[in-house]
Design a protein around this ligand. Structure first.
Ligand code: TRP
Ligand code: ZN
Length: 872
């Protein structure tokens, strides 16, 4: 049955009547039953005499005291505890029992294999004790942990270790004290047995910080890269942002069971092991870069999130958008800026744009929410980062940093809003962001339609730009936004034409802020080719009627590497759309030779960065291609992509073989140049897999057996599976035998099979549910097998027999009960109904109805399913 679940509104924010300044937590720790005693100092800050309302979920209350006495009037309601007739300042004592072992939702205090750990963002702390569990209540925490010494030799919490001892009966205890007031969502506790990698960092002011990474016993050698990444992140934040670390110790714990990537708890980050552990034979280049990025991301939260936190959860993008922007800049400064930009833009276009067009469409600062866990989205994170990036583009680095310094000086130690951030920026650099603010309140993806006119008598060129955002489910009316449009003009030979008018040189960033505008340039000697939205200067789509020749000129001659890649995407989009129509109407496909010729020139240009060449040559994924359509036909897209791959593979086979052979594998190093060479070689191998079968099998098995690193090992398996080569099963079996005990490595193996083009892939996925390495309780495994099938194998998931949908419903029926957060992430591909034709819509709606009728439907799933079923 569909329960009534209430929406909360951003505009209903009210400060609490009481706040908590100090909390002393005492854990008598046990995996089965843990006793939690919380002693808090509560202070009235609103109207005297109002009741205190505390959050608490699935708790067993065993003792409650106000100033040492049982309160005269209190009552327990669903998920809240109400206490009345209170003094203005008092000590609150709450004793509760909790059950870590039964906590399969991984929210609050739970057991990850043998480690007891916490996840408190966003509202997990209420699973530990009754509390004002909201981010605008900042308290000083002390934490005492008592536990069995053998099972839990390490007992960790936030801040500094201030005391410890033995009780004699095989138990020991510790006391941690965090000097920085913090909201409850940043609380963390870990108890377990680990190998510890230790190091230190000297901050810019000369303070020594102890660094510790805790991993499962036996995994110490897989923690080096994470430690190196942490030190790079700490140094980078000092040099680029002027932010210094503020405690004497920084700890990272890797756990196997974790719903998301990682968590920035003050001084004690908890990480999904996938973003910590790496060894050359277990992790790919992409894994290494992701570890560096996520380690950076959580570290950067120390200032943007922890020192300055969010007033309420509607402000989530205040910390997440800004911190993603910071981690993107970190990765770009220490690695390849263009590769990072391309990959961020790929995600924006294929995933965030899809979210913007889905029933879950919301602004980066949402207005109404049922379950806050549903709003840790690509919109809040990635589009949020794009909004900060636009601000950075408009202000420039220097002014942006001045704004950041002012923001920190005004709000350090406070819980604030996105509005506070914008006001700080405005005051610091004297800029009016009135119009720019709409990015925070408006959802949906704007479309810029660009047309032009060249006057060859006056040598003048005019761009006409209109902007329009289509209505979304959450917002029928859309307004004009302030869009920075970064452009350049090229002549037919690929030379840049300077932007000027009337003797004045013009900025490359055009300010689009009305629904229709024009921009005129003079001294333009011939009809130019416009390069539009360079570096993806705004999270928008652009429509301009390019001719192939013009795009090829940009591909080959643009001064900007990003634009070369982007022109390739535009060119491919023309032919993918054309061929999808041809396929749908039963015609034979039409593939023009000048695309291959352009690819050949890119492939044989020794001056280009190999990493960029790989990005250009590798065809977009089926999901990226889907973003080019209003109505997605996954089968047609799959077919067209496959034919295109085979065709390019055949036309360029000599070039692919030459590049593949001329880049011998050397010593494995994580360096941009080497990563790029591996990417390019493996891209060639992928195409070669679609060429001559004997050669392909030879090259792939040879690479598989000679590889000393996971990047090359996996590339061999991916190519064999994508091309359905006869060697694929043998390689998959060998991989399984070698790695079946290592879940993180097996995730790659599950994913390869879940995204296979084999006609019986769904059957295979179902049998893999029983594989010795699979575990439906581990979110990483679930994402690798089921998530990959439903999100990354669209042709199979959307098969018109509806079997893919039925399979997902079956899985979600269980997952909804024991891990609502994960089930809500997994339902995404099913709620994007409107992108498909009526036949699929009907099947998808019927699957959604099945979910709607589930008993005990979680709030998480309810919010998405009910939105998807809203008829407009
Ligand atoms: N704040 C975390 C981050 O961005 C996100 C996160 C980790 C999270 N675990 C979570 C969010 C659990 C919600 C629930 O790095
Ligand atoms: Zn974050």
């Amino acid at each position: 049955m569909m329960q009534q679940q209430k929406e909360k509104y951003r505009h209903d924010y009210r400060a609490t009547d009481y706040t908590i300044t100090n909390i002393h937590l005492d854990f008598d720790l046990n995996a089965d039953i843990t006793t939690v005693t919380a002693i808090s100092t509560v202070v009235l800050q609103g109207k005297a005499g109002t009741p205190l309302v505390l959050n608490g979920k699935d708790l067993r209350l065993i003792n409650l005291q106000i100033d040492g006495k049982e309160p005269t009037r209190y009552r327990l309601e669903e998920d809240i505890l109400i206490i009345e007739e209170l003094p203005n300042t008092f000590t609150l004592t709450v004793k509760t029992l909790i059950y870590p072992k039964n906590n399969t939702a991984l929210d609050g205090l739970y057991l990850s294999k043998k480690t007891i750990c916490t996840q408190c963002e966003a509202e997990g702390f209420r699973h530990i004790t009754f509390y004002l569990d909201r981010p605008d209540v900042l308290a000083r925490f002390t934490t005492r942990i008592l536990a069995d010494k053998k099972q839990y030799p390490y007992l960790l919490s936030n801040g500094n270790l201030v005391n410890f001892g033995d009780t004699g009966e095989g138990k020991h205890w510790v006391v941690w004290e965090d000097p920085f007031p913090k909201p409850s969502y940043l609380f963390a506790l870990v108890a377990g047995n680990f190998d510890v990698l230790q190091d230190k960092f000297i901050t810019c002011s000369g303070r020594e910080v102890k660094l510790e990474i805790f991993v499962d016993c036996g995994n110490l050698e897989r923690a080096d890269w994470a430690m190196a990444s942490l030190k790079r992140a700490m140094r980078w934040d000092e040099t680029r942002f002027g932010f210094e670390y503020d405690l004497d110790i920084y700890m990272i714990v890797a756990v196997d069971f974790f719903n998301m990537g990682a968590m920035e708890n003050k001084g004690l980050n908890i990480f999904n092991a996938k973003y910590v552990l790496a060894r050359m034979d277990t992790a790919t280049d992409i894994d290494y870069l992701n570890i560096e990025r996520v380690i950076g991301h959580e570290y950067f939260h120390n200032w943007t999130g922890n020192r300055i936190t969010c007033r309420d959860w509607f402000q989530l993008s205040l910390k997440e958008g800004l911190t993603v922007f910071r981690d993107q800049e970190f990765s770009s400064d220490i690695g390849s800026r263009v590769v990072n930009r391309i990959n961020n833009v790929r995600i924006m276009r294929s995933e965030q744009f899809a979210e913007d067009a889905s029933p879950m469409a919301h602004p980066i600062r949402p207005d109404k929410v049922i379950e806050i866990n549903n709003f840790y989205t690509l919109t809040v994170y990635e589009k949020g980062a794009e909004v900060i990036r636009m601000l950075h583009t408009l202000l420039g680095e220097e002014k942006f940093q001045a704004g950041m310094r002012y923001y920190v000086s005004r709000h350090d130690g406070n819980a604030v809003t996105c509005e506070d951030f914008l006001v700080s920026m405005e005051e610091a650099v004297k800029i009016d962001l009135t119009l720019f603010r709409r990015w925070y309140s408006q959802s949906g993806t704007p479309l810029l339609t660009v047309r032009d006119d060249y006057n060859n008598t006056l040598n003048q060129y005019t761009l006409y730009v209109t902007q329009k955002t289509l209505p979304t489910l959450d917002q029928p009316e859309k307004k004009s936004l302030h869009i920075p449009l970064d452009i350049e003009l090229y002549d037919v030979h690929g030379a840049v034409i300077p932007l000027q008018y009337n003797g004045v040189m013009l900025n490359k960033i055009l300010n689009i802020n009305e629904s229709i505008q024009s921009f005129t340039f003079d001294r333009v000697p011939s009809r130019p080719i416009p390069s539009l939205l360079r570096n993806f200067s705004a999270p928008v789509r652009v429509d301009y009627p390019y001719r192939d020749k013009e795009l090829i000129t940009l591909m080959l001659f643009s001064t900007n590497d990003f634009s070369r890649w982007d022109a390739t995407q535009s060119l491919l989009s023309i032919y993918v759309r054309l061929n999808v129509t041809l396929y749908q109407t039963g015609n034979s496909l039409n593939l023009p030779l000048h695309i291959v010729d352009a690819f050949r020139k890119i492939l044989s240009n020794p001056g280009l960065d190999p990493a960029l060449v790989a990005e250009i040559i590798m065809l977009p994924t089926e999901n990226e291609m889907a973003s080019w359509f209003d109505c997605v036909d996954p089968i047609a897209i799959h077919h067209v992509r496959n034919v295109l791959t085979i065709w390019i593979a055949n036309e360029l086979r000599d070039e692919f073989l030459t590049v593949y052979r001329s880049n011998p594998r050397g010593i494995y190093r994580i360096e941009h140049r080497d990563i790029g060479l591996r990417a390019l070689r493996n891209c060639c191998l992928y195409y070669l897999a679609f060429g001559d079968e004997k050669l392909a099998v030879h090259l792939i098995t040879e690479q598989y057996h000679q590889a000393d690193n996971m990047t090359d090992t996996l590339a061999a398996i991916v190519a064999a599976t994508a091309a359905q080569l006869p060697c694929q099963n043998q390689l998959l079996t060998q991989f399984d035998d070698r790695w079946y005990q290592d879940g993180l490595v097996m995730d790659k193996w599950f994913k390869v099979q879940a995204t296979s083009p084999a006609p019986d892939v769904l059957y295979k996925v179902k049998t893999l549910l029983n594989h010795r390495s699979f575990n439906l309780k581990n979110p990483n495994r679930v994402r690798a097998l089921i998530g990959a099938f439903s999100s990354n194998n669209p042709a199979a998931f959307h098969e018109v027999n509806g079997n893919g949908y039925a399979f997902l419903v079956e899985i979600l029926t269980d997952l909804n009960i024991y891990n609502p957060q994960l089930s809500s992430i997994m339902v995404e591909p099913l709620i994007r109904v409107k992108r498909y034709n009526l036949e699929r819509q009907k099947l998808m709606y019927s699957a959604l109805e099945d979910l709607k009728n589930l008993e005990n439907l979680s709030g998480d799933l309810f919010e998405k399913v009910s939105k998807a079923l809203t008829k407009v």
